[in-house]
Design a protein around this ligand. Structure first.
Ligand SMILES: *[C@@H]1O[C@H](CO)[C@@H](O)[C@H](O)[C@H]1NC(C)=O
Ligand SMILES: *[C@@H]1O[C@H](CO)[C@@H](O)[C@H](O)[C@H]1NC(C)=O
Length: 251
């Protein structure tokens, strides 16, 4: 709270300073008198949304098009752009406040997952939101690990079924079939965050990783320093038995 309060103070000072500059017009307007709360147009949309004092002002600087997010528009969300995770096993596209600024202060976010045959949405955590997870094509086998002392939860989520991944839990999903699966995930916050467990854990030094598990960790004959960069990006290809069943060559 301290952080956002001081950020807001700094941002307000900046807004007042910039708004006084000649030739700075509200976004989408050619007339400074048309807005009750002028916002400097030379700032990014997200910065403008943070600066204005009310929700009404926020919607006044958002165009109708700013309120539309097309998950299926690959030109708007190319591979490698923020909010897009692409691996050998599929793709995730996430609308949060950084990729869809209209979500700022709306207390929600959403992701769509396109999981190929055997595709594996690798173990991860959302540090700042609960997740509702609905499968709308195919089925996905889900596992959740709660906090220390909590239990493991397993569910096969079929088409048009839904499950919950609590905030901070480690969870994963896996397509056990040779046909694609798709899901929609909604979050109880506009900045849910995402931390991939393997990348984070094996990002520690080899000595630390080995000490944490009580012995040297080897993958395909490589030590931690050797395999760290080879951890597959999400969405990964999936388990060996499924790849064999579906005749998918491991890349
Ligand atoms: C995908 O997005 C475009 C806009 O980018 C839209 O016109 C179209 O209807 C959408 N749906 C499909 C299935 O392509
Ligand atoms: C789904 O996951 C559970 C628990 O991990 C496992 O026992 C089961 O065999 C899996 N089912 C399929 C079809 O992969």
């Amino acid at each position: 709270m301290h952080f956002s309060a001081s950020l807001f103070t700094a941002a307000s000072l900046l807004a007042n300073t910039v708004a006084c500059l000649p030739g700075v017009l509200p976004r989408g307007s050619s007339d400074t008198t048309s807005s009750s709360s002028p916002t400097p147009s030379n700032l990014a949309l997200f910065q403008q949304l943070v600066l204005v004092p009310s929700s009404v002002d926020r919607f006044n600087i958002l165009t109708d098009a700013d309120l539309l997010f097309s998950f299926n528009d690959s030109s708007a969300h190319p591979i490698g752009s923020p909010g897009v995770s692409t691996g050998q096993g599929g793709q995730l596209v996430r609308a949060d406040q950084s990729t869809f600024p209209a979500l700022y202060m709306q207390h929600g976010a959403m992701a769509l997952g396109f999981i190929g045959p055997c595709g594996f949405n690798t173990p991860h955590v959302h540090p700042r939101a609960n997740e509702l997870f609905l499968v709308f094509e195919g089925r996905l086998n889900t596992s959740t690990m709660l906090e220390n002392g909590g239990r493991q939860i397993h569910n096969m989520v079929n088409t048009l079924q839904m499950t919950i991944f609590p905030q901070g839990s480690v969870h994963m999903q896996f397509n056990p079939d040779c046909t694609p699966a798709m899901f929609v995930a909604s979050f109880t916050g506009s900045d849910p965050g995402l931390a991939q467990i393997a990348q984070e854990f094996f990002g520690f030094s080899e000595e630390e990783v080995n000490a944490a598990v009580g012995g040297p960790v080897m993958v395909d004959g490589a030590d931690v320093d050797g395999f760290r960069s080879k951890i597959p990006p999400n969405v990964a290809q999936g388990v060996e038995s499924c790849l064999t069943k579906c005749g998918i060559k491991k890349k």
